[in-house]
Design a binder for this molecule. Structure first.
Ligand code: NAP
Ligand code: GLV
Length: 309
C-alpha cells in the first residue's frame, strides 16, 4: 500500500511514524516526491495543489488532515469517483472548544478593557454580567460546534446553535435553516461561526446578518475567512453595530502585513490556530479510515460532495 502525504503545514516527521506504526505494510511518499503516480493508493492531504489528486490515477481514498475540506473541494479537477474522508479527531475538537471558550470568556469578562486599564495603572471596576445573562450563539452545530456549545452551556451561558438540519442538544436552544436564522440571531450578544465553507455559507457574515444582531454584539470567526465580508465587518465596527470581532481565519492566509485587521482596535487576530490536527491524537483514526477503505467499507467520516462538507 502506497500513501502520499501532501501538506505544506503538517509535518511528515510527526505523521509518518504515527501512521507507519498503525499501517506497518504501508510505504510513504512525501509530496512533491510522489514517485510513479499510478502507484499511489491513498492521499493524505491538506490544501493539495490543484491538479495533484487528478494526476494519481489509482487512488482509493483521499483523506483530509483538516476538518474543513473547502481547499480540496475548490479543486475543479478533484477525481469524482474517489471517496473523500474528512478529519474528525478528539484533539482537534478539544482544541476548538478551548479556543471558543477562551475567546467568549475574554469578551464576556471584558479582558481588553482591563488590559487597557492596566496599561494606564488605572484601578477601575466595570459592571459584570453573569454568563447566564449573556446569550451566545454558534453557527454550525457539527462536531466542533456541538462540543463548544456544550462546554459554554456548562459555563452557564445562555446558549443557542444554528445548523442546516434540525438538532437537539441539551442546554442549547437550537435553530435550523434559513427559516430559523432570524430567531437564532435575535438578541445574540456573541456570535461564533464554526460553519464549513460551502457555496451556501460563503459571505454569510455580512451586513445583512450583522443588522439582525443587537447593537454592540461581538463576532468570533473560527470557520473560514471566506465566510466574512470584510468591508461589511469594518463598516459595522466603525458605526458601532458590532462592538468587536475575534478572527482566526482569513482570506488569504497569512493575513497580509498591511491588512487593516491587524491594527484595528476592535479586532483580535489569531493566526489560524484555533485548533490544529496533531498526529498524536489523529493518526489512529486516519489509519482506521484507510483500513476500512482497504476492506471495501465506507469511511466513518465521509465528505458529502453534494453538500460540500
Ligand atoms: P461539521 O461536523 O461538518 O459541521 C458543520 C456544521 O455546519 C453542521 O452542523 C452543519 O449542519 C452546519 N452547516 C453547514 N452548512 C450549513 C448551512 N448552509 N446552514 C446552516 N448550517 C450549516 O464540521 P466541523 O468538523 O464541526 O468543522 C466546522 C468548520 O470549522 C470546518 O469546516 C472548518 O472550516 C472550521 N475549522 C476551523 C479550524 C481553525 O483552526 N480555525 C479548525 C478546524 C475546523 P448539519 O448539522 O445540519 O449538517
Ligand atoms: C483547520 O482549519 C481545519 O479545517 O481543520
Amino acid at each position: 500500500m502506497n500513501i502520499l502525504f501532501a501538506s505544506d503545514t503538517d509535518r511528515p516527521d510527526e505523521w509518518i511514524p504515527e501512521l507507519q506504526a498503525r499501517l506497518p505494510e504501508a510505504s510513504f511518499r512525501i509530496w512533491p516526491d510522489t514517485g510513479p503516480p499510478e502507484a499511489i493508493d491513498y492521499a493524505v492531504v491538506w490544501k493539495p495543489e490543484p491538479g495533484l489528486l487528478a494526476g494519481l490515477p489509482n487512488l482509493k481514498g483521499i483523506l483530509s488532515l483538516g476538518a474543513g475540506v473547502d481547499p480540496m473541494m475548490a479543486d475543479d479537477t478533484l477525481p469524482d469517483h474517489v471517496p473523500l474522508v474528512r478529519m474528525v479527531d478528539e484533539g482537534l475538537t478539544e482544541g476548538m472548544t478551548e479556543y471558543v471558550c477562551w475567546q467568549v470568556l475574554a469578551i464576556h469578562r471584558q479582558a481588553a478593557a482591563y488590559r487597557a486599564f492596566q496599561a494606564e495603572a488605572r484601578w477601575r471596576q466595570l459592571d459584570q454580567k453573569l454568563a447566564r445573562e449573556r446569550t451566545v450563539g454558534i453557527m454550525g452545530l457539527g462536531v466542533l460546534g456541538t462540543d463548544a456549545a456544550r462546554a459554554l452551556a456548562g459555563l452557564r451561558f445562555d446558549m443557542r446553535g444554528w445548523s442546516r438540519r434540525e438538532k437537539a442538544i441539551d442546554g442549547v436552544a437550537t435553530f435550523h435553516g434559513e427559516a430559523g436564522l432570524d430567531a437564532f440571531l435575535d438578541g445574540l450578544e456573541i456570535l461564533v461561526c464554526l460553519l464549513p465553507l460551502t457555496p451556501d455559507t460563503r459571505g454569510i457574515l455580512n451586513a445583512r446578518l450583522f443588522d439582525r444582531l443587537p447593537r454592540g454584539a461581538w463576532l468570533i470567526n473560527a470557520g473560514r475567512g471566506g465566510h466574512l465580508v470584510e468591508a461589511d465587518l469594518l463598516a459595522a465596527l466603525d458605526d458601532g453595530r458590532l462592538a468587536g470581532a475575534t478572527l482566526d481565519v482569513f482570506q488569504p492566509e497569512p493575513l497580509p502585513r498591511d491588512h487593516a485587521f491587524w491594527r484595528h482596535p476592535a479586532i483580535t487576530v489569531t493566526p489560524h490556530v484555533a485548533s490544529i490536527t496533531h498526529a498524536r491524537t489523529a493518526a489512529a483514526g486516519l489509519a482506521e479510515e484507510i483500513r476500512r477503505l482497504e476492506r471495501g467499507e465506507p469511511p466513518i467520516h465521509p465528505v458529502d460532495r453534494a453538500r460540500g462538507y
